[in-house]
Design a protein around this ligand. Structure first.
Ligand SMILES: [Zn+2]
Length: 313
């Protein structure tokens, strides 16, 4: 089994070498082979006000890479939340691109394969043509600049966020060299029909048509537990908690369809703030790996799909 599985690692200029070392030691002990560096709170410009961190510098990325042993890792980056491809305001698009530019630089220093980002905010109706135009221009710019990491906008977790699985696969699949990030807990939270085999098979078929997936060009996938409300995603939690993301069913179909060598699995599980639970992203990633390495195949979803009134395609 050609498995690429790991967790995300919060990263900014303020991450100390000691803290990084502790986390990386845990990753190595668990023998995970994929890491997504999370630049979620990074931003260009004035980094002095609270909550905003500067991007890591080139020499810092060199030092953090030295903390990993010689095993082959599949590295990637999650861009800051500040990037939006849905906005139609010139100044916001410009700001998004500046932050994307800083992210791409860091990603290339880290030898990251792709950049995952949330494409846009919550709005009743999105202008898909506009987003397509923006993503196309970013892809052209990426090539002109010679950045090697691929762009991979993510399936949003809120009902009104950009975008659902099929919209995203249609748009990004039409752009050469673009990828997308399939977060199954987001897909589930917004009413995506991944609670039966047919819905999952439809998605795999679409992915095969849209992208040239291989062990060196993997589709970024996120998984975790998820608490779902009326409008979709509320917050991430551990596997088996919250509203029962059908992770065993999805992994079973991936396995049966020989899809595991075409995806990069990142576990985004976490204990919600203020709650007491045993476990973390690493223990959930190991849970998923143990499941994949066992003979178990799950054919039916037995959980409760949350508070949404309906599930579509
Ligand atoms: Zn995600």
């Amino acid at each position: 089994m050609n498995l690429s599985i790991g967790i995300s690692l919060g990263y900014s200029r303020f991450l100390s070498q000691e803290k990084a070392k502790t986390k990386i030691n845990q990753i190595e002990k668990a023998q995970l082979n994929s890491v997504e560096f999370g630049l979620l709170n990074c931003a260009i410009g004035k980094a002095s006000f609270s909550g905003i961190n500067p991007f890591p510098k080139e020499n810092q990325t060199k030092s953090i890479l030295k903390l990993f042993d010689k095993r082959e890792y599949y590295f990637s980056v999650h861009a800051p939340y500040r990037i939006s491809a849905t906005t139609e305001e010139e100044s916001k698009l410009k700001y998004s691109k500046s932050n994307l530019s800083a992210t791409m630089k860091v990603t290339d220093w880290l030898n990251g394969r792709h950049v995952t980002f949330h494409a846009g905010s919550f709005k009743k109706k999105h202008n898909n043509k506009h987003v397509e135009k923006v993503l196309k221009s970013w892809e052209q710019w990426r090539q002109d600049k010679g950045y090697t990491a691929k762009l991979a906008p993510e399936v949003g977790g809120k009902y009104n966020s950009f975008a659902d699985f099929f919209t995203l696969v249609d748009i990004t699949g039409g752009i050469d060299n673009c990828l997308m990030t399939w977060d199954i807990s987001h897909d589930f939270a917004r009413g995506g029909k991944i609670i039966d085999e047919v819905g999952i098979l439809n998605r795999l078929e679409k992915l095969d048509q849209a992208f040239n997936l291989s062990p060196s060009n993997r589709l970024p996938m996120h998984f975790s537990g998820m608490v779902v409300g009326k409008t979709g995603e509320k917050h991430h939690t551990l596997l088996g908690k919250g509203n029962g993301v059908p992770w065993e069913l999805v992994l079973s179909v991936l396995k049966e369809q020989n899809f595991l060598s075409k995806v990069n699995l990142i576990c985004e599980s976490k204990v919600p703030k203020g709650e007491k639970m045993k476990g973390d992203a690493i223990s959930d990633a190991l849970k998923a790996r143990r499941f994949l390495e066992s003979d178990r195949i799950v054919k039916q979803y037995k959980g409760k799909p949350g508070n949404l009134d309906f599930y579509f395609t």
